[in-house]
Ligand binder design. Sequence first.
Ligand code: SF4
Length: 567
Amino acid sequence: MKKTALVCINAKFIHSALGIYSISRYAKKQGIEVDVLEYSINHNEMVIDMDIFEKSYDVVAFSCYIFNIDYVIKVASVLKKANPNLSIWLGGPEVSFSPEEYLSYPFVDGVMVGEGEITFEKLYKADFCATDILGCVYKKDGVIIKNASRPTIENLDVLPFAYSEDVLPKLKDKLIYYETSRGCPFRCSYCLSSTDHGVRYYSLDRVRENLLFFISHHIPLVKFVDRTFNADNKRAAEIMRFIAENPGETTFHMEISADLVTKEFCEIVENSREGLFQFEIGIQSTNTKTLDAICRGDHVEEIKRSVLALLKTKKAHIHVDLIAGLPYENLESFKNSFNTVYALHAHNLQLGFLKLLKGTKIRAEKDTHHYRFTDYPPYEIIGNDFLGYTDIVLLKKIEDVLERFHNSQSFCLSLSFLEGKYKDAFTMFDELSQYFCKIGQIMLPCSKPVLYDLLVEFYREKFDDVDDFCVYLAFDYYQNLKVGKAPNWYPDKTDDVFRQNCLEFLYDDEHIKTYLPEFIGEPPKKILKHVRFLQFPFDPLNQDKKGKVVYLFENNTKKAVKIVENV
Ligand code: SF4
């Protein structure tokens, strides 16, 4: 049989390639042994080429997505030139909707369209002669032949669990992707999952068994790829309750539809361990006409209620998404969407840009609104009847400062204070982005301490009360950065008496037990290297309270505790 590798070039090193693990495990069940090779787009392409070449395969099958297709094409082209006998197959969502386009590359021999498990097994058993294999599009004597499509797998339980004990060493420190279902019942016009017909589920017994595998192996983060995890609320609640009743160290991340969130759902989160769940919620827009045009329906009020209810539990990390470039959403309308969604104060607000993916309704109807988009993946919007490229550029810059200052969660108090100075959040981020453009820092890498310095400079340029602002910023700074030299904008003004009092504080065993239990038994001078006592002129967490306060910051836990009030 042919020596074969399944290859995925992941978006990040920490990602895992669920698709090829699932295919290889199904193949193994049928007695087929193949290698699974994972790389990331941060690898040098030549390193990937050399690695695959030296393993002397007969067949290499790549898993293709919009984020890696460019890399796959370059790597595959070199591999074929290095070894003309190598057979190269592609699969995955990026190639499934336009297999002919990819077969026009001379180095591609075939494309597996749709779900790969059974197609790959049949193809392998046929020695990669695709003549009778459903779901294959391939070249024969230079002619492209398209076989009939393969029906989707109705009973997902025929597929083995994608992970096993023997792959765990490879997955150490990785974010594990996992599915309990395939397909989505909704029809959002920009989304590939809307082209699926209905949702198929793995049995609950199977899911419970898989979840225990993750929990018992202390996997740090499992990300469900279910398109809408709570599409079936009863089932979602059962899975979440099972996780909550078997809490380990694993965090579970799910994409949910917030308008479907029930009281029961919130109660399970409320009663769970903090950090057990993370939820990703697509809001996309708050413009009714836009939501109607993309077939999502206007559920903005229900979504807002659910996001606020989930945030109120203080147990789960909440990520919300907006998409710029949707129909009928001009800059003014997007500002409204942004301000409405930002006001929810979710932990993370992702400002995404519409991608006109192959196979989607919005791409098929691109001319209706005169969409212009990149010719190459990720087919991202350049303009339409509602947004010009000037608007897109402005939003890209806002995305940059939003990521740095809001989504980093490193400026919570200072950003909230700054927000109070503006009529709305969009204007604040717009001014911040203009400042970053002016100083030549927009979209350029910048260390965390420098970001704090720049924010002070920005504030100084705009407002007078910089001393007050620096109190909030200093709190954020010490909560998020390792204790070290004091920043220039908040110099250490403490005297010997204060320092002596701090040391004495650490000599008191009761204090260590209460505030720093991880340091029990450690000498105070050693503890002092890991903590910082900071006196503030007012309480940054409660401005109404008068008088100076002292907070104790600790490096490892990023903990900040008030130890003295009204000094
Ligand atoms: S955007 Fe989400 S809800 Fe809409 S079709 Fe895609 S996966 Fe389903």
